[in-house]
Design a protein around this ligand. Structure first.
Ligand SMILES: Cc1cc2nc3c(=O)[nH]c(=O)nc-3n(C[C@H](O)[C@H](O)[C@H](O)COP(=O)(O)OP(=O)(O)OC[C@H]3O[C@@H](n4cnc5c(N)ncnc54)[C@H](O)[C@@H]3O)c2cc1C
Ligand code: SF4
Length: 537
């Protein structure tokens, strides 16, 4: 069956802060350009998850009158705390300058996304939610000419069912890839155009988040708390945030560096355990958990940024890795990169050019985004040798060298760091109490994730045998523990163990695509509209 084709000047793939800002900027500069944006979530915001403490710098530039337009920035940060946690004790440390949030806001990035989408649509951007970019389209010269959305209605066996509808070819003069962390199409572009050849490996973390409605007497709107230390051991990079949001809501989450070594570690269970610390549980007493989700974030920073332009397209936001780790903030950088890309693309198209928008990386290099990322480039890799050396290096880099060290520390790929199970210690996580701590399945339920069951699995094993002969044999199948949605299960049968993939539970965090030791798991898009349905995450 032939696919329908639609043509635009610019196609944006991904409706997060980066893609939406790019779309808005394009229309602000050149209202006559036709701009289409696709989003795999059932609606804009459905797949967006962030802390989020939001720095409004890029938004001030994009829509300076955001207050009058009713942007959902309602809770200014009122107090910052930086806390070192021991098992039963918490010690407040001086707040590092990057974690001072004066002038920032506690927000829901889902709400922000929905509001940005309204602004974009008012300017004439065509937004199609529920459409996943499944395949990059190339012209006869090998340049990107758009993407095709996935077919709908294929059965588990890959054959069309009676609800089959073929995907659509969305063709554009330039395509802006804004897929967020570990974009599935971006990954194919890295390989095709060698975009990572000059960059350090990207390093990632997984953030597991819950939203709680707490006792109004315990709620302090604008209070921002970051912790390091327990429950992580001193060798593993990780920490938490706890932000007091509006309407008695508290956003809290635990971030674990995906360069962790112990294959028995479970980020989900670390998050549950973290809540039992008296410093944290004090806020949750009498409260109720209302939402759950998880998402990976890019932590490599400046030295891990790939080449950003290629014939027919550019990369923006977290899919390129624009995240400031010491600040734990990427939303403002995602927006800024989207805006700068839009400025370069608009100028390029208005000049009647075709091919590669090489001005984009050059313009970005002159912007505040580059200075911000360059100045903190040595902080995350400093934790390679553990928490204490990492904190000392961060203090040296921040207070003495002020980001101007004549060296740049390197990263290694996260899938290479696991110890063999025989050399690691199993971790005994406490049983959930159903009040403060919960099991995996009741948690996934609160992500509202849903996928049409009769479709080919979007989690593809390049070689299915390796799940048993390599992952189970050497690492005791770490995917059973790092997946925050219980997708991967080893089932023991008379014929031997096998890996069962419960793809319908997937919350699109991308951790399996990152951490699998042999890079044997390929995360691809499921049918558009499938996946979590986050409201306020
Ligand atoms: C746990 C966690 C906590 C964080 N805390 C903060 C914080 O407090 N402050 C802060 O500023 N930043 C924070 N960040 C970082 C911030 O959320 C990201 O930097 C930001 O969301 C990146 O924006 P983006 O638009 O590049 O990507 P995303 O926000 O990830 O958006 C990408 C969008 O593209 C869609 N998409 C992906 N692939 C396709 C496809 N093939 N077809 C169609 N659609 C597709 C996705 O569904 C998604 O909606 C945090 C991140 C995490 C994970
Ligand atoms: S299957 Fe992969 S992407 Fe989906 S929730 Fe599990 S680890 Fe995340």
């Amino acid at each position: 069956m032939t696919r329908e084709r639609m043509e635009y000047d610019v196609l944006v793939v991904g409706g997060g802060p980066a893609g939406l800002s790019a779309a808005i900027r394009l229309k602000q500069i050149s209202p006559d350009l036709s701009v289409c944006l696709i989003e795999k979530g059932a609606e804009i915001g459905a797949h967006l998850l962030s802390g989020a403490s939001f720095e409004p710098r890029a938004l001030n530039e994009l829509l300076p009158d955001w207050r009058e337009r009713g942007a959902p920035l309602n809770v200014p940060v009122t107090e910052d705390r930086f806390v070192f946690m021991f098992k039963n004790k918490a010690i407040r440390l001086p707040t590092p300058p990057q974690m001072k949030n004066h002038g920032n806001y506690i927000i829901s990035v889902g709400q922000l996304g929905r509001w940005l989408a309204q602004q974009a649509e008012a300017l004439g951007v065509e937004i199609y939610a529920g459409f996943a970019g499944a395949e990059v389209l190339y012209d006869a010269h090998g340049a990107v000419m758009g993407v095709a959305t996935g077919d709908m209605g294929l059965g588990k066996d890959g054959q069309p069912t009676d609800r089959f509808t073929p995907g659509v070819e969305l063709v554009a003069k330039q395509t802006i890839f804004a897929e967020g962390c570990r974009g599935s199409l971006t990954k194919t572009l890295f390989a095709r155009f060698g975009l990572r050849d000059e960059a350090q490996p990207q390093t990632y973390a997984l953030g597991v988040k819950e939203l709680w409605e707490i006792d109004p007497a315990l709620h302090k709107p604008g209070l921002s708390i970051h912790t390091v230390g327990w429950p992580m051991d001193f060798a593993t990079y990780g920490g938490s945030w706890l932000y007091h949001f509006e309407n008695n809501l508290v956003s809290l989450g635990f971030v674990v560096g995906l360069d962790y070594r112990n294959p028995y570690l479970s980020p989900f269970h670390e998050m549950q355990r973290y809540k039992t610390h008296p410093y944290i549980s004090a806020f949750l007493k009498g409260g109720k958990r209302v939402a759950y989700g998880a998402r990976a974030l890019s932590e490599g920073g400046y030295q891990s940024i790939p080449k950003l332009s290629f014939p027919g397209g550019v990369l923006v936001g977290d899919t390129a890795g624009f995240l400031n780790v010491p600040k734990i903030k990427g939303n403002h950088l995602a927006m800024k990169s989207g805006m700068v890309a839009a400025e370069a693309v608009a100028a390029f198209l208005n000049a009647g050019k075709t091919g590669e928008v090489t001005d984009y990386p050059a313009l970005l290099d002159k912007s505040w985004l580059r200075d911000e990322l360059y100045g903190v480039r040595n902080i995350r890799p400093g934790f390679k040798r553990g928490l204490i050396p990492g904190l000392l290096n961060a203090a040296l880099d921040t207070y003495i060298l002020r980001g101007k060290a004549p060296w740049t520390l390197s990263h290694h790929a996260d899938h290479t760091t696991l110890l063999k199970a025989a050399a690691a210690s199993p971790i005994a996580y406490p049983k959930p109490d159903g009040v403060l701590t919960f099991d995996l399945l009741s948690s996934v339920f609160l992500s509202n994730t849903n996928h049409e069951e009769n479709q080919p699995s979007h989690l593809r094993l390049r070689d299915p045998a390796l799940a048993i002969t390599h992952n189970l044999a050497l690492y005791d199948a770490p995917e059973q523990r790092y997946c925050p949605a219980g997708v991967y299960e080893i089932v023991r049968e008379a014929a031997g163990p096998r890996l069962q993939i419960n793809a319908q539970n997937c919350v699109h965090c991308k951790t399996c695509d990152i951490k699998d030791p042999l890079q044997n798991i390929d995360w691809t898009v499921p049918e558009g509209g499938g996946g979590p349905n986050y409201g306020m995450m």
